[in-house]
Design a binder for this molecule. Structure first.
Ligand SMILES: NC(=O)c1ccc[n+]([C@@H]2O[C@H](COP(=O)([O-])OP(=O)(O)OC[C@H]3O[C@@H](n4cnc5c(N)ncnc54)[C@H](O)[C@@H]3O)[C@@H](O)[C@H]2O)c1
Length: 364
């Protein structure tokens, strides 16, 4: 498939292919939309089986970032980057710095962060070549690991969902199934336990579930059994695409609220959930705590300001449910609609020229 054919009608502004043969760097940076602000999105370092797969992934993920930041009310656009290869064998200082130089050439149109296969320390290395990098460790003036902020945001989303379903946002006594107790899932479990919820967990990592069981007295179930436990809320916090035509009929919950990206295997799965009367809190609204945290880092980090901004996910999610009810659509469609509306309405302000954006004839 040709590049323009792959981009299709998703209207990406720019797709940049960069390479540094000496280090083996092959990267694709996709800028989906910058009407609300610079395109922000992480760098995924992954051994894609083909260049087509890498292109498909970066196009899909960058578009998702546009809606995530727009729905979170941020002045950021959507972008993403992929580096093709196995991070365990290919990653080197030269490769990361060469990549940093490519980002730098974009002059701030794209801002990177950590994602699958990259770490906070990698961001520091990239940052030696460009200022357009976020998610740095505290000691480098950054905001550190975004996972606690993401978990805080999921809690806000859960409370908004509880208020909608039960008329009360107190999670005390609610049964919550957490699929995946990694960085976000573990922080979520801590918060749920503090809120008095009853927790059921699963993970491929035995030591992680053992820790939860002994610390919080949580019940542990098998990897596949998590879909059919009877709970109030199912919280996917592992990998994407867990909700599909095979798992949705098995769910025994009133709501789905979690941090995993791309929880729905297809858009039709949002209808499948609605048909089963399960309230779905759209993933990209619920898990925006990380990107909100990064926005605060860009302004000069403050934990208190970050927490206040992340807690607004409660209102964002409530607005999604209101729109879904008013327009008689599922929450996934409502959230995408709200994000797109903001890109169109606020983004079009940029069409109004400011004096300092009018180039002087003959100026360099
Ligand atoms: N870290 C963040 O700030 C952030 C922000 C937004 C979205 N997310 C998304 O949230 C999810 C979790 O992120 P994370 O940073 O905690 O990742 P992580 O790798 O730390 O945790 C994922 C956990 O899921 C477990 N897991 C893997 N396969 C599983 C399976 N089949 N069943 C049950 N458990 C399984 C892993 O063992 C691991 O403990 C991911 O989808 C990520 O994209 C994370």
């Amino acid at each position: 498939m040709g590049v323009f054919e792959a981009i299709g009608t998703d209207t990406h502004e720019e797709v940049l292919f960069g390479s540094d043969p000496r280090s083996g760097l092959r990267t694709i940076i996709a800028i989906h939309n910058t009407s609300l602000g610079p395109a922000l999105g992480g760098t995924r370092f992954y051994p894609y089986s083909s260049e087509q797969d890498a292109l498909r992934d970066v196009l899909r993920l960058s578009k998702g970032m546009t809606y995530k930041s727009a729905a979170a009310g941020l002045d950021l656009g959507g972008g993403k980057a992929v580096i093709i290869g196995d991070p365990n064998t290919l990653k080197s200082e030269r490769l990361l710095r060469a990549y940093g130089r490519i980002i730098d050439d974009l002059g701030g149109r794209y801002i990177t962060a950590e994602d699958v296969g990259t770490t906070m320390e990698d961001m520091v290395t990239i940052g030696r070549e460009t200022p357009w990098v976020t998610g740095l460790p505290y000691v480098h003036g950054g905001s550190g690991d975004p996972s606690p902020a993401t978990a805080r945001g999921v809690m806000a989303a859960m409370r908004a969902t509880a208020a909608r379903l039960w008329g009360d946002d107190d999670l005390a006594g609610k049964r919550v199934a957490v699929q995946g107790v990694g960085k976000v899932g573990m922080s979520l479990v801590e918060r749920l336990a503090a809120a008095g919820a009853e927790i059921i967990v699963t993970d491929v990592d035995r030591s992680a579930v053992d820790h939860v069981a002994t610390t919080y007295g949580s019940k542990v179930v098998g990897l596949d059994d998590i879909y059919s436990v009877e709970v109030d809320i199912f919280a996917p916090c592992a990998l994407g695409a867990g909700l599909n035509d095979e798992t949705i009929p098995r769910l025994r919950c009133a709501a789905v609220v979690g941090s995993a990206n791309n929880q729905l295997a297809t858009d039709d799965d949002a209808d499948r959930l609605a048909e089963r009367d399960i309230l779905y809190a759209p993933d990209f609204v619920a898990n925006a705590g990380g990107v909100i945290n990064i926005t605060v880092e860009m302004e000069g980090y403050s934990t208190e300001r970050a927490a206040t901004m992340v807690d607004r996910i409660y209102d964002n999610m409530s607005a999604v449910f209101d729109t879904a009810a008013r327009d008689e659509v599922n929450p996934h469609v409502a959230a995408t609609r709200l994000g797109a509306q903001r890109v169109e309405q606020v983004g079009s302000l940029r069409l109004r020229r400011r004096p300092d954006t009018v180039p002087t004839r003959g100026a360099k």
